[in-house]
Design a binder for this molecule. Sequence first.
Ligand code: NAP
Length: 348
Amino acid sequence: MPTLAKAKSSNLSFAPSYLPVAVFAGGTSGIGQAMAEAFAQQMKGRARIVLLGRNAAAAEAILARLPKPTDDDGWAHEFVPCDATSMAGVRAVCAALRARLPYINFLVMTAGENCMTECWETPEGLDHHLSIRYYSRYMYVKELLPHLVVAKEKGMDAHVLSVQAGGLGLTIPTDDLGLDNARRSTIKMLRGVMLSFAAMKGIMRGGAYGDGLVTHFAAQHPELTFTYTNPGQVTTPMSVYFNLGWLLTPLAWLVTYVVMPLLQKPPEDSAQYMLYALFNSERGVFMRNQYGNLVSSHVCEAAHSTEFDGTAQKVGVRHGEPMKGYGGSDARVKLLIEHTERVLGAIP
Ligand SMILES: NC(=O)c1ccc[n+]([C@@H]2O[C@H](COP(=O)([O-])OP(=O)(O)OC[C@H]3O[C@@H](n4cnc5c(N)ncnc54)[C@H](OP(=O)(O)O)[C@@H]3O)[C@@H](O)[C@H]2O)c1
């Protein structure tokens, strides 16, 4: 396991000969913000940073502190407003980025929120939790892939990093993939009062589906790098208070003020571990833990194959090979991707 000092010194050795372009979806707060800041500081202005999120004021404050480009290349760091619960919005933002950016080296996805007491449907008919945690990330990758491919073809790094629940081996289920049944069974009168089973399902499944996301795109593009990490417990706005509903307020206080402080690390430290994961991977798919340690990795040589034979039903098996910390199987991923393409394809 890299110590913090080792991760930092390893990160400092990342000094590309090209101008890196990095997109941080969720870069307005917490781990994403800390990663963007550390990345920009280290590059001393020789990196083009794009922050995506909703909070313009937070983004402008972050961007104002970043080292600026040293030469007059005609570009600047930027914030692009993007609500990850709107797939039409995400698609439009990606199209604008494709038109504006020459290539993308790093796509870092950290957007998330932690409402454990409520779940609802977005205006596009998707589960709110799944929208932020899964569907939007799928859309970012799918829509920005051409620019990562361009970077690779130029001999540069091309890496997608998703920070959420990588390496935990959460099983990708095969039923109620959009959680429509789970939401219907929620007792609406008790919304906000106690933990919502459907909300918890949305949060957990968002993490599990992330396994399918990276392995699916890695199979299509074995020349690129896809990493899925779990940051562990980090002191960010998301973890300021664990709202378990007013019925469980004493437990929430215990968790928030006694248990969590023992486990949490500052976002600056987490950012160094996540950057370590970003800078230390070859092509393929990588599952890494909160310290950037490798849990497992896999390179699929069957380029552009979307046809899985369905024989590897056992969870944690990818293209016939066992994969530690992976909760998918070829057949389960196939079902998930068919579901995802169907629901996203129906959104104009
Ligand atoms: N912190 C932890 O202890 C912990 C533990 C396990 C996993 N994680 C995972 O790590 C990732 C990063 O978490 P964090 O602690 O850094 O969270 P955070 O500080 O709360 O930041 C969350 C980010 O998500 C963005 N976001 C939230 N809702 C959005 C929406 N509807 N549209 C667009 N952006 C949205 C926020 O931007 P705007 O407000 O600008 O929209 C913000 O930049 C998340 O996936 C989280 O699930 C965190």
